[in-house]
Write a protein that binds this ligand. Structure first.
Ligand SMILES: Nc1nc2c(c(=O)[nH]1)N[C@H]1C(S)=C(S)[C@@H](COP(=O)(O)OP(=O)(O)OC[C@H]3O[C@@H](n4cnc5c(=O)[nH]c(N)nc54)[C@H](O)[C@@H]3O)O[C@H]1N2
Ligand SMILES: Nc1nc2c(c(=O)[nH]1)N[C@H]1C(S)=C(S)[C@@H](COP(=O)(O)OP(=O)(O)OC[C@H]3O[C@@H](n4cnc5c(=O)[nH]c(N)nc54)[C@H](O)[C@@H]3O)O[C@H]1N2
Ligand code: SF4
Ligand SMILES: [Mo]
Length: 764
């Protein structure tokens, strides 16, 4: 990769540029400069590593590390090739309209024709079927400015109540749990606090593959002697280096975490003073955990009782201690409860609000935090306000200059929209920054639903699987063709800068929204000519809300290395650590929640004996439309595989590299077996980043958490059948990062590899 080759030669240039500040005319001018290094952030995960984009002759030609507080010059394999999207030959360069009805072809159209067609149809649909017959579905890879405008466009432009986004599939369990327990849904502490922790409990996150640069903070903690416990049905690279690995059956974490809490109580490790002074509801939560003896947890989760006790002792004996959790426990019909179980544990130990202590969710998408704060969510208004709260409605309606009664109420969650589309109640939808034909569960139903939309409108910069089926495709821009901000997993607001002009006729997402609004006769509410004007409006509208951005200026972000919200005034320093004195509820106290274990929606049986879990590999990002187009990443993981334990494979007559058929009650797919002792013998794992017949979401279950409607991506019942030797066996069995990296690659591994007990499978 050119990045590495040129890195040292360019080092001084890099530093000089960093210190010399923006060129005359600002970074937006970079595209017109003969050569520049534009300071910005990665477009992929929620870590939001700082990077420089190297611009030469108006083109983005490379990337350089940037010494930003949380990534300190490091980038992961996705970060170093992200820039290759900019000049990619498959970029969409002009609008397309499907001519000749649903069976016809997508053909080139002018913006005028494409937008004119969409708006005419929308007007007709809304006149005949009501305003809510048109929906908007957004995404959290977009800047705060765009996410804010998506919500405003739906409510003020289209005046529909149906607006939601892909974070529904991602952050809705943890968002709900944190808001409920603490009154504020944000990480309580910055990632630079991690090294202060004496014990780190990672629950349901493959940190090394999904947040690679976050691992530097885990290592820093390990350097200072911190103990590491990992709860995951797979022995991920992070689990392999842990002091203790607990491998529960997918979907059983609430029982396991409740048992750890009970053991902490029985060991006398509850921080009674903290519980008394800073929380409510402890007695009920404690009583609810009492039935979860270590033996009961073993019966439900399969984790040996002795390991449950060992985990409680390691965790309960450390101070400060930190819990990090992600989608492994949250993609569940009990995902909110699983987050609340982590919260109960951290509160009982008196950890939340301490430097280096507490609990936090690892937010997934680049702007997964900001994207869930400013109103593209079905029940939410900007500033993390609630659409049902009269005062919140009044404030936002006034700021937008509309009568309050014109502001629609709560709409359907993204997962509920599918049923409404299938039933013909949502008749058209604008997808901006999501690829549901790969990412939603039970794709057969999603296909039926999307086929009924007329028009199905997609804004993307590549022809995603969803765009291929669209009636109108509008070419958008990649992240570094626009200005704006993102809010990373810490709650740190960052500046993303423009390093190139949009190619061909492509337009920025917010320009497209403003044009559509004008054509709907609502242009007066969308006068924005620059992203900064949207930012200034967002700041104003968020003032006084939970997520108050009013004091954050672009200049401050540049000068201070990001600013943490809430930041209610330009003289306010921002808030890196939350809850140090009080929680976000009016009484200042945190809430415990009494919890009980409920099984997943679909459990194994004689026909479908395995638990199928789905998730990620380091080489691909989400639905894969971006990373499958980047040669280096795709060459590492060109197709999906199924991870299966050697004992299970032997019983089925499957060898590594064999083709196998994976079947659930929804469908079946053919793929390659990766036989590895890193997965529980009763569990299978498949990465979900692939389209068409290679998409595991053809097999997943459409069950959702009852309140927040997040899908149960992490467990359904499945069967595996051999299909014989693979045509690929000459190349040897597939290798991948989680299944292959050996302990000796890691400085903190015991060096002994798995214990004899683990090799025997007794660890499971
Ligand atoms: N390389 C890469 N990085 C990414 C992304 C990507 O697509 N690719 N996506 C980003 C986004 S949007 C997100 S949301 C995050 C996701 O980040 P993670 O949540 O860390 O990733 P996943 O692979 O979805 O799931 C994590 C782990 O959960 C485990 N797991 C499955 N079932 C269970 C269970 O029942 N209990 C427990 N305890 N664990 C279980 C899986 O074995 C897996 O190792 O990653 C972000 N970073
Ligand atoms: N089985 C299974 N399914 C899952 C998951 C799982 O673990 N297992 N994880 C779920 C999770 S956590 C998530 S976050 C979802 C994500 O799933 P999706 O919502 O489908 O996310 P992306 O693949 O990021 O889709 C974004 C699309 O928009 C485009 N895009 C990127 N940035 C921009 C932009 O700024 N503007 C515009 N207009 N377009 C843009 C990309 O090219 C891509 O086609 O998948 C969920 N689906
Ligand atoms: S860790 Fe995340 S933000 Fe950092 S380079 Fe990798 S994908 Fe990008
Ligand atoms: Mo996500």
């Amino acid at each position: 990769m050119s990045v590495n080759r040129d890195f040292f030669a360019e080092r001084d240039f890099n530093r000089d540029f960093q210190e010399s500040g923006a060129p005359e005319g600002g970074w937006a001018q970079a595209a017109r400069l003969p050569g520049a290094m534009v300071p910005t952030h990665c477009c992929f995960c929620g870590v939001q590593c700082g990077m420089f984009l190297r611009v030469r002759g108006g083109k983005v030609v490379g990337v350089e590390p940037r010494d930003f507080p949380h990534n300190r010059g490091s980038l992961c394999p996705k970060g170093v090739v992200a820039y290759q999207q900019v000049g990619h030959p498959q970029r969409l360069l002009h609008p397309m309209v499907r001519r000749g009805g649903k069976g016809g072809q997508l053909q080139r159209a002018s913006w005028d024709e494409a937008l004119g067609y969409v708006v005419d149809r929308w007007k007709g649909i809304q006149a005949e079927h009501g305003r809510d017959a048109v929906a908007v579905y957004g995404g959290s890879s977009m800047t705060n400015e765009k996410c804010y405008l998506v919500g405003k466009f739906a409510r003020v432009g289209l005046r529909t109540r149906h607006v939601d986004y892909n974070g529904r599939l991602c952050m809705s369990s943890s968002a709900s749990a944190y808001a409920r327990a603490f009154g504020i849904d944000r990480s309580p502490l910055p990632m630079t606090d991690i090294p202060l922790a004496r014990c780190i409990l990672v629950v349901g996150s493959n940190i090394a593959e999904c947040f690679p640069i976050l691992t530097r903070w885990l290592w820093a903690a390990r350097d200072r002697g911190a103990r590491l416990i990992v709860v995951d049905p797979r022995e991920t690279p992070t689990a392999r280096t842990a002091d203790l690995w607990l491998a529960p059956r997918p979907g059983t974490d609430v029982a396991l975490l409740s048992a750890i809490l009970r053991q902490v109580v029985h060991d006398g490790r509850v921080d009674e003073g903290y519980v008394r002074e800073r929380t409510v509801g402890w007695e009920e939560a404690r009583a609810a955990a009492e039935p979860f003896t270590p033996e009961e947890a073993e019966r439900i989760s399969g984790v040996p009782a002795a390991r449950v006790v060992a985990a409680a002792r390691l965790y309960g004996g450390a101070d400060p201690s930190l819990i990090l959790h992600a989608r492994g426990i949250e993609h569940s019909t009990h995902g909110v409860d699983a987050c609340l179980a982590c919260i109960n544990l951290a509160l009982a130990r008196g950890q939340v609000g301490k430097p280096g202590g507490g609990t936090t969710m690892l937010t997934g998408q680049g702007n997964g935090q900001g994207g869930r704060e400013h109103g593209q969510k079905a029940n939410q208004l900007p500033g993390y306000r609630h659409i049902d709260a009269p005062e919140d409605r009044r404030v936002v309606a006034e700021a937008w200059g509309i009568p309050e009664e014109e502001l629609p109420g709560e709409g359907a969650a993204a997962t509920e929209m599918v049923g409404l589309m299938e039933a013909g109640r949502i008749r058209s939808c604008l997808f901006m920054c999501s690829n549901p034909l790969v990412s939603l569960p039970d794709l057969a139903q999603v296909e039926r639903a999307l086929a009924r939309l007329d028009p199905l409108v997609v804004v993307d910069f590549f022809l995603s699987e969803t765009a291929e089926r669209a009636d109108v495709v509008l070419p958008g821009t990649v992240w570094c063709e626009d200005e704006g901000t993102t809010t990373n997993m810490e709650g740190r607001v960052l500046r993303v800068r423009s390093a190139a002009e949009p190619p061909g006729e492509a337009r920025r997402d917010w320009e497209i929204l403003c044009d559509l609004a004008a054509r709907l006769g609502r242009g007066a509410w969308f006068p924005h000519r620059t992203a900064r004007q949207i930012w200034d409006e967002l700041r104003r509208v968020s003032r006084g809300g939970v997520a108050d951005y009013s004091g954050i200026t672009w200049e401050r972000i540049d000068a201070e290395g990001g600013v943490f919200w809430p930041c209610p005034g330009e003289d306010h320093p921002g808030t890196p650590r939350l809850f140090t004195e009080r929680f976000g509820h009016p009484d200042g106290r945190a809430r415990f929640t009494p919890l009980t274990y409920l099984p997943p929606a679909e459990e194994p049986d004689g026909d479908f004996p395995f638990r199928l879990a789905t998730g990620r590999t380091v080489y691909h990002y989400l639905s894969g439309t971006q990373t499958r187009r980047l040669e280096f990443l795709n060459s590492q993981a060109p197709e999906p595989w199924v991870e299966v334990h050697p004992r299970a494979a032997e019983g089925l007559g499957i060898r590594g590299g064999d083709r196998v058929r994976l079947t659930t009650r929804r469908g079946s797919m053919e793929l390659e077996a990766l036989v590895a002792p890193t997965v529980r013998p009763d569990t299978l794992f498949v990465p979900y980043h692939y389209g068409g017949a290679a998409s595991v979401n053809r097999l997943t279950l459409p069950a959702v958490e009852p309140k927040v409607k997040i899908p149960e991506y992490k467990v359904c019942a499945a069967r595996l059948d051999p299909l014989g030797a693979s045509p690929r066996t000459d190349r040897g069995p597939r290798r991948n990062f989680t299944a292959d990296t050996r302990p000796d690659m890691f400085p903190y591994a015991s060096g002994e590899g798995r214990s004899a007990e683990e090799e025997e499978g007794k660890a499971y």
